[in-house]
Design a protein around this ligand. Structure first.
Ligand code: GDP
Length: 377
């Protein structure tokens, strides 16, 4: 404990010295206080476990002054009492010492990794965190566990990218999920995953894609997140007679045709084979999700569409009369068609336009939406 404390003291700009208000000064407190008095660093004495008024009063005891850091601030980490005041005091002290609170690094991309137990999430997360070209630091969520992992990726073009890997179910820490917890794990991961720009769904190559995984993939699209499917354990492909990557893609399109626009990355997390492609692909997906087409480009697209598929448009009865289209939003891209009569727009027509947009511009990995509004004309 002493060695740890010494290290922490050396690295710190300001020290929160926490004592247990219900215990009074303990011998270790006295020893730590002696060590702390030798540092030139500011010390804020904090009396924890002041959960109720009676315990809070203990913080007023003269005894604490013997530590020579002034009267302690009473807090309860358990129920939050006094924590706001403590933060105010911390901020005041750090401003007074000219430190300012240490800013969090700017995060360029939020990525969530989801998948059912045993598909290899922890192995993969460790592989991603262990890449030579990445620096990893743990970033606690505001106050509660689990920890997110910040990966700074040095890219080939010389730029750095700060990618926050959102730990959806404490996958890095936890050894294994018991089956009973499975549904909870998934529910938690969904809530957390909604914070991500891009969701990476890991599946086990040998197991294929089940109903639950299709729902998870559907969720990503529904929440308008980018989506990437990582087919893990591809090292087993030969042994399990899975065929080529192309065969597997075909199998997936058969299973979940709605995922046609989702890129696949085939990896072996255990062998760390191709895992370096994952974050690069996630960045590409995020870029597609942010994409904004100029009006000129959209006009040219619509012109071409009307020429090549003129049977789908037209002035006749029950033919959609489309005046034009604009991009009404991004992350993900939303397109707004301006039409004469919405009644004539069949859902298939909207899908048709979406598919042509994808043919023309890619938008790989991002959901896109095509909407319509009417104007008189
Ligand atoms: P999680 O529950 O999704 O976090 O899965 P784990 O990372 O704990 O992996 C589950 C099991 O699959 C472990 O026995 C791993 O060693 C194994 N595993 C993970 N990745 C691979 C892989 O790429 N190939 C093979 N053959 N096994 C893997």
């Amino acid at each position: 404990m002493r060695r740890q404390a010494e290290l922490a003291i050396k690295k710190a700009d300001l020290i929160l010295f926490i004592v247990d208000v219900t215990q009074g000064i303990m011998p270790q407190d006295r020893a730590l206080a002696a060590a702390l008095r030798k540092t030139k660093k500011p010390v804020l004495l904090t009396a924890n476990k002041a959960d109720n008024p009676r315990a809070r009063r203990l913080a007023d005891e003269q005894e604490w002054l013997k530590l020579s850091f002034g009267p302690p601030m009473a807090i309860s980490a358990a129920n939050g009492t006094g924590v706001g005041d403590l933060l105010d005091e911390l901020e005041k002290q750090s401003a007074a010492t000219g430190l300012g609170l240490v800013p969090l690094p700017k995060i360029d991309l939020h990525v969530a990794i989801i998948g059912r137990p045993n598909v290899g999430k922890s192995t993969l997360l460790n592989a991603l965190a262990g890449e030579d070209r990445s620096i990893v630091s743990e970033v606690p969520h505001t106050t509660k566990e689990p920890q997110d992992t910040l990966v700074t990726l040095h890219r080939e073009d010389g730029t750095d990218m700060n990618i926050l890997l959102i730990d959806t179910v404490g996958i890095r820490k936890r050894a294994h999920v018991e089956t009973g917890l499975e549904s909870m794990g998934v529910r938690m991961s969904l809530g957390e995953a909604a914070r991500a720009d891009v969701i990476i769904l890991i599946i086990d190559a040998a197991e294929g894609m089940n109903q639950q995984e299709k729902r998870l993939a559907g969720f990503a699209a529904e929440k308008k997140r980018g989506l990437l499917i990582v087919v893990n354990k591809w090292d087993l492909a030969a042994e399990k007679k899975l065929g080529t990557a192309e065969d597997f893609s075909k199998y997936l399109s058969g299973q979940a045709p709605f995922l046609e626009w989702v890129p696949l990355v085939f990896v072996s997390a255990a062998n760390r084979s191709h895992t370096n492609k994952i974050l690069e692909k996630a960045i590409e997906v995020a870029t597609q999700r942010q994409r904004v087409l100029t009006q000129e480009v959209i006009d040219a697209f619509m012109e071409k569409l009307k020429k090549t598929h003129h049977a789908s448009f037209g002035r006749g009865e029950n033919r959609p009369h489309v005046y034009g289209m604009t991009q009404a939003g991004s992350e993900p891209p939303i397109f707004m068609m301006v039409v004469k009569d919405k009644e004539t727009l069949h859902p298939n027509f909207m899908r048709f336009v979406e598919n042509r947009l994808r043919d023309e511009f890619g938008f790989e990995g991002t959901p896109i939406r095509v909407l319509a509004r009417e104007i008189d004309g």
